[in-house]
Design a protein around this ligand. Structure first.
Ligand code: ATP
Length: 365
């Protein structure tokens, strides 16, 4: 490992890109008989940072590869600033799309130095301009003194910065990143992620980042596109996906809920924990009541629902508690700031904050 981990260059020195709008119109992709993307529409505004989120195998990487031009769509069109780059009429080669692509494993060339790796993305530039752009990009990520070092001599975080410098050096209008932070350990990931997003915003490039980490998507994105089985399940601002998920599956992606089944009676969901508002659901509908762990409050024994504190774990800013409540098969999970006030094994009162509850209809018998 060479040098310090977190010394990035000065913010504001990356230079500006001319961001492009990226549009997918009815894009499908099949490999043989296997349909991976299903008539997918997506419009990313110039300068917007969008996170593609979804379970493994839902087609995130395939979508990114289509946008980059590494794959061709089976049907539909891909446009950059309204100009077709893939579709029935045209196909523009990846190197002519003005797109910067960054892979999960960084894809650095081991036999090239850091400087040469960055120059590799600048072959379309005259040599003196390429040298200047490479130097500037390396300075911006704080690696100018490592220009003549080979990738294997760098830490994982530094390799990530070289890959980032290579992507931003030509100032692409669109940046596509596939799980760019997943190879970093947690402590480094937060710092690298923050600096990377600062750099992307400073440059102004339209950015599409694939991730399977909802917390990461919420931190980074102007907009999250939640994918499921090759289609868009929900797209919107991070707070909208968190607060108003379209269905139970989307909800589960963003929160580790307490899930309690119930039935709608007179407009409310009836459960072992009492009644919860169930607007718009018909009488007799089976529902899943989802309670966020931070929505479970503890009171003195004798108030609200009777429960017993089974376990308490210290987790830094909050305590994680498990509470047995009569009639419930699994204990309730709670996240509390003042958990220490309740000793393990003690009787407690359980109160649920209705603002932290979502109710979804269950299909099937
Ligand atoms: P992960 O988070 O695991 O990377 P993903 O959402 O990015 O998943 P993709 O990598 O897009 O998913 O893959 C979607 C599906 O397409 C997978 O089932 C994969 O096996 C299949 N697939 C991808 N590329 C090809 C290919 N070249 N030939 C055949 N099948 C492929």
């Amino acid at each position: 490992m060479a040098g310090g981990m977190f010394r990035w260059g000065q913010r504001g020195t990356a230079g500006a890109a001319i961001p492009a709008r990226l549009t997918l119109q009815g894009v499908s992709k099949s490999f043989g008989a296997k349909s991976i993307l299903k008539t997918l529409d997506l419009d990313i505004e110039a300068g917007e940072i969008v996170c593609l989120l979804g379970p493994s195998g839902c087609g995130k990487t395939t979508l990114l590869r289509l946008a980059a031009g590494i794959e061709t769509p089976t049907a539909g069109r891909i446009l950059l600033d309204g100009r077709e780059v893939a579709g029935p009429d045209h196909f523009v080669e990846p190197e002519n799309r003005g797109i910067g692509l960054m892979f999960q494993d960084y894809a650095l060339f081991p036999h090239l130095t850091v400087r040469e790796n960055v120059l590799f993305g600048l072959t379309a530039f005259p040599q003196d301009m390429a040298e200047t752009a490479a130097r500037r990009a390396l300075a911006r990520v704080g690696l100018e003194t490592f220009a003549d070092v080979y990738p294997e001599q760098l830490s994982g975080g530094e390799q990530q910065r070289v890959a980032l410098a290579r992507v931003v050096a030509p100032r692409p209008g669109v940046v596509l990143m596939d799980e760019p932070f997943s190879n970093l350990d947690r402590r480094m990931r937060d710092a690298v992620r923050e600096e990377t997003v600062a750099l992307l915003r400073e440059m102004g490039a339209t950015t599409l980042i694939v991730t399977h980490d909802p917390e990461e998507a919420m931190r980074i994105a102007d907009r999250i596109v939640l994918m499921r089985a090759g289609a868009v399940a929900q797209a919107g601002r991070p707070d909208a996906l968190y607060r108003q998920p379209v269905d139970l599956e989307a909800a589960r992606f963003f929160c580790d809920f307490n899930e309690i089944e119930g039935v709608v009676r007179k407009g409310r969901a009836e459960t072992q924990l009492g009644f919860f508002d169930a607007p718009g659901l018909h009488e007799g509908t089976r529902v899943m009541v989802c309670i966020r762990p931070q929505g479970v409050r503890l009171r003195a024994a004798g108030f609200c629902l009777p429960g017993r504190l089974l376990a308490r774990r210290f987790a830094g800013e909050v305590d994680l508690l498990e509470i047995a409540v009569s009639g419930l098969e699994t204990p309730l999970k709670a996240r509390l700031r003042d958990g220490q006030a309740f000793p393990e094994g003690s009787d407690v009162g359980v109160d649920i904050d209705p603002h932290e509850v979502l109710v979804f209809a269950l299909s099937g018998p």
